[in-house]
Design a protein around this ligand. Structure first.
Ligand SMILES: [Zn+2]
Length: 509
């Protein structure tokens, strides 16, 4: 692998103590064989090292690759495939109405867009599908390796409450007989625990050796409402045994909060704490409907939260209280959940949405600083993906996951010299400003052109395959979902939601 000198007008090395962003003006990074050898002033680095190649300029900002801490790595959007936005519980049923798509092409399309927005590491939550489970897992893993992106692959499983937050049989009893028969088949068609743990063991052996330094295999129990306690305990035991992490969804909607009280008489976080599930290697996407004591428990246990601002708005789930989480010492990372506000996987825009969503009205109210925001998308994300030792900062000894962002359109026609460069990035940066992306020392995007992925060809193949007529099995599934939706709506209708006075309510109950 060639050595590279990476030059920038500003090199954002890391978010240091008290969330101060450490910036070197007229700086450079030198990498060899995927390892950062040195970082400093350009003139000094240039004099010390003979690089095979020099990239960047004084029109670039250089920073650590961004970490998308929660994604399902789907390329063609749900909206385009026929699942319009809705409340999460109904939207999950709408997902069954989507036109099917080739999983490998879909993952590759997603990976191409992630790289274009400066994402070099992704937490892939492999939501368990039915059937064709192993096939989907293997094609996704192949896509990550072919695309060259670093991945924490959370292998998904669920074993209950397949249609609503209730025992399957109890819900099926509420349906007309012919619909119940078809829905029963859907509920039965999931990967078994034995198959899941066998696959996990195989993948762990295959990827968690040094032959695949850019892949980590994690457990991915879908969420506490979708997994029995026995399954969660077994997952936790296995994660400890294999010394890996766990990534799950948690408390995304008010209905999940209410369900936890119905089932356990306490919050999910309290229950998970009671069964010994929480810990430093555990991360949860969403966590919108947490209580103050939940936040304390998460902080005490060292568990992390992966915040997904766009997704939470689009699925009418609410706004996670991340200001309070961070103030109480919870590690909070940022994810896009394959469901962003412009439907485009733009990580810089997601950062901006995050910044603006957590600025409550009133002078002096708690809101994330620029350093905290950048930390969420770098250091904190590195922690949840288990790559803390390798990435998240530009420092000697770290792996060379580096992005170059063009300053040109961000700073046109004038930049006030006193304005911190991080404020420019957070206030104006877009995926279209990301010029070059390096992962593990390899340039995967150069001058906005992919070096590994033929995106045009992938889009052409997707376009072609999505025009094909539906198979009879797809028609059956779509009809099932359409018929189920009113019953799902009816099921939650009388759940006691908090009263909003006088207008909207997001996360207070
Ligand atoms: Zn998700």
């Amino acid at each position: 692998m060639p050595s590279t000198l990476i030059k920038g007008k500003y090199v954002l090395c890391k978010v240091g103590s008290q969330d101060k962003v450490e910036v070197i003006t007229d700086g450079a990074v030198f990498q060899k064989d995927g390892e950062i050898i040195d970082v400093g002033k350009y003139d000094t680095i240039k004099a010390c090292y003979a690089a095979d190649e020099e990239i960047g300029s004084d029109q670039h900002m250089v920073l650590p690759g961004l970490v998308n801490a929660h994604q399902h790595t789907r390329g063609v959007s749900h909206l385009l495939r026929g699942a319009s936005d809705d409340s999460l519980e109904l939207w999950l049923i709408r997902l069954l109405e989507q036109k099917p798509v080739d999983p490998y092409l879909d993952n590759m399309y997603s990976i191409a867009r992630l790289i274009e927005s400066g994402v070099t590491t992704v937490m892939h939550s492999h939501f368990p599908t039915s059937p064709h489970y192993e096939e989907g897992v293997m094609s996704a893993l192949k896509a990550f390796q072919d695309g060259g992106i670093r991945v924490a692959f959370a292998l998904g499983i669920r074993n209950q409450n397949h249609l609503v937050y209730e025992d399957d049989q109890k819900f099926l009893n509420l349906l007309p007989p012919s619909l119940a028969t078809r829905a029963r088949q859907y509920c039965a068609d999931w990967v078994s625990e034995e198959e899941y743990f066998a696959l996990f063991a195989r993948l762990h052996k295959e990827y968690e050796t040094n032959t695949s330094p850019t892949v980590r295999i994690l457990h991915g129990p879908a969420a506490p409402q979708w997994c029995s306690d026995e399954l969660l305990i077994r997952v936790k035991r296995s994660a400890d045994e294999y010394q890996t992490g766990i990534h799950a969804h948690m408390l995304e909607t008010i209905y999940q909060k209410l369900y936890a009280f119905k089932r356990f008489g306490k919050t999910f976080v309290e229950h998970l704490n009671d069964i010994g599930f929480l810990g430093p290697g555990v991360s949860f996407a969403h966590c919108i409907w947490v209580t103050e004591s939940d936040i304390e428990l998460l902080a005490e246990s060292g568990a992390s939260v992966c915040h997904n601002p766009s997704s939470n708005l689009r699925s009418k789930s609410g706004i996670a209280p991340i200001n309070y989480m961070m103030a109480n010492g919870v590690n909070v990372a940022l994810g896009m959940d394959s469901f962003t506000i412009n439907d485009d996987d733009d990580m810089l825009q997601e950062l901006r949405l995050c910044a603006n969503l957590h600025r409550p009205p009133g002078l002096g109210k708690l809101s994330p600083t620029a350093g905290e925001l950048l930390k969420m998308a770098t250091v904190n994300g590195a922690k949840v993906t288990l790559f803390s030792k390798q990435i998240g900062t530009l420092e000697k000894g770290k792996r060379a996951d580096i992005i170059l962002v063009s300053l040109e359109s961000m700073t046109e026609p004038y930049l006030e010299p006193e304005l911190g460069v991080i404020n420019v990035l957070l206030g104006r940066g877009k995926a279209s400003d990301v010029d070059t992306v390096m992962i593990d020392g390899e340039i995967v995007l150069r001058n906005r052109q992919h070096t590994r992925i033929n995106k045009g060809e992938i889009v052409a193949q997707l376009r072609e395959s999505l025009r094909e007529a539906l198979k009879p099995s797809d028609v059956v599934r779509i009809r099932l979902a359409q018929e189920l939706r009113p019953y799902v709506f009816e099921f939650y209708k009388d759940w006691q939601e908090p009263v909003a006075r006088p207008f909207y309510i997001y996360n207070s109950a």
